[in-house]
Design a binder for this molecule. Structure first.
Ligand code: C2O
Ligand code: CU
Length: 439
């Protein structure tokens, strides 16, 4: 969270931490023991990086690159990741966005650990239990850290690995203040050679604050195979649908490579994106038509879930998101509020382990809020009064647009102290942050 607020946050949280200790079961909340199946080392360091626009920026990186190295693992593996902070004076951590790890491994400075300062190291250990597309980023001074480049992708493959014939492509988009763009290996247009008939999986992640990314795929029918890492049930074919992501959200897109090129254009049909073709050649379309935005409410087919809209809920919460002019840290600014309050005065949702929790999220403000709950996955029950009738739709980062109302539910099955915040990190830094806590 914002550097200049970190004092206040640390103070609030340490008081709560004592209570957390009593209820925490070490085996659930502590690091996993044993010999790791896979290890990574990430070194946070400042580095001059060249963007697609040609401009160079003073970036904060993991291992000197943006995005940081992709972390790949398989379901069930014990993973050990060593974080070294070389020279980020503000401190760093590693948060595994979307991966429901034990609380102690969640990487939130001021809540689950102290920030790792220059010259220090910190080791994370967890068992990768969910298959899917995730990402990692620093959670100290997050707004600045992520903006400057402290992030990377994290993929958990099924136990047996990905089918070897699948072309598995991670796409992270990130926009800098100067509108230069880093995508994959920093090319504005990335060319990928793919044989016709090959199954392709694109893992789309938007890592950028403020910007709603519209990903437009042309040249093949495709499916949205997963949202926020969780597979959808029997996704049907789509065509000419814009896949929009706010920061933090992920879509996995699958298709079979045809004989002709397939393009993925990012945003307004500019020259940013990916060209996939049998000979690795081709260009992005000059003009990308406008398309309706993909809506998961009625997409795919139903499948059993551990609970649903008719379940009995032990707790029901309401989160009203808004923005209003007010004072924050002594400055007149737009505050981003939850139930009329800014952090640390926002409500704290208290739950007990095993409870079923329903939350109604209402956006009364003027801008989008991608709401991210740590440590848990939420099942979307309804969107704007319409019951979800398609595939079960699980999310960890829910895009709530102005005027929208969502009902979501989750099982309180991961004890600890968890953040729940807008992942437009600029909003989180000026108030739109709260905690979920186990009593
Ligand atoms: Cu992606 Cu609280 O973070
Ligand atoms: Cu927001």
């Amino acid at each position: 969270l914002a550097h200049h607020h970190s004092g206040a946050i640390a103070a609030t949280v340490s008081a709560d931490a004592e209570t957390t200790q009593e209820i925490s079961v070490d085996s659930l909340t502590g690091p996993a023991e044993g010999t790791p199946d896979i290890t990574y080392t990430l070194t946070a360091e400042k580095k001059t990086v060249k963007l697609a626009s040609g401009r160079t920026v003073e970036a904060w990186t993991y291992n000197g690159q943006i995005p940081g190295p992709e972390l790949r693992m398989r379901k069930g593996q014990l993973v050990e990741i060593k974080l070294i902070n070389k020279d980020i004076t503000e401190g760093v951590t590693l948060h595994w966005h979307g991966l429901d790890v034990p609380n102690a491994e969640d990487g939130v400075a001021g809540a689950t650990q102290n920030a790792v300062m220059p010259g220090e190291t910190y080791t994370y250990r967890f068992v990768a239990e969910q298959v899917g597309s995730f990402w990692y980023h620093s959670h100290q001074d997050s707004k600045e850290a992520v903006q400057k480049g402290l992030f990377g992708s994290l993929v958990v493959e099924p136990e047996g690995g990905m089918p070897p014939e699948t072309k598995d492509i991670t796409v992270m988009t990130h926009i800098w203040e100067d509108r230069g763009v880093a995508i994959g290996d920093n090319d504005g247009i990335q060319h990928i050679e793919i044989k016709p008939g090959t199954p392709v999986r694109l893992r789309l992640t938007n890592t950028d604050d403020w910007v709603r990314q519209s990903y437009k795929l042309l040249g093949a029918k495709f499916q949205v195979a997963a949202i926020d890492g969780t597979d959808l049930h029997e996704p049907s074919d789509l065509e000419k649908v814009s896949l929009d992501l706010l920061t933090g959200g992920r879509y996995d897109v699958t298709f079979i490579m045809p004989e002709t090129p397939v393009t993925l254009s990012v945003n307004q049909g500019g020259k940013l994106g990916i060209v996939m073709s049998p000979d690795g050649k081709g260009d992005l379309p000059e003009h990308v038509p406008s398309m309706p935005v993909f809506d998961p409410t009625h997409y795919g087919t139903p499948a059993p879930t551990p609970f649903d809209a008719n379940s009995h809920f032990d707790r029901e919460f309401t989160m009203v998101l808004d923005n209003q002019l007010g004072f924050y840290n002594g400055k007149l600014t737009f505050n981003y509020t939850i139930n009329g309050k800014v952090f640390p005065n926002t409500p704290m949702f208290m739950v007990s382990e095993g409870e079923l929790v329903k939350t109604t999220i209402v956006n009364r403000g003027a801008v989008d809020h991608p709401m991210h709950l740590h440590g848990h996955h939420m099942l979307v029950l309804s969107r704007n009064g319409e019951t979800v009738t398609g595939s079960p739709w699980w999310t960890d980062t829910l895009d709530v647009a102005p005027g929208e109302v969502y009902e979501v539910a989750f099982k309180a099955d991961n004890p600890g102290l968890w953040m729940d915040h807008c992942h437009n990190l600029a909003h989180a830094a000026v108030g739109m942050t709260m905690h979920l806590m186990y009593e």
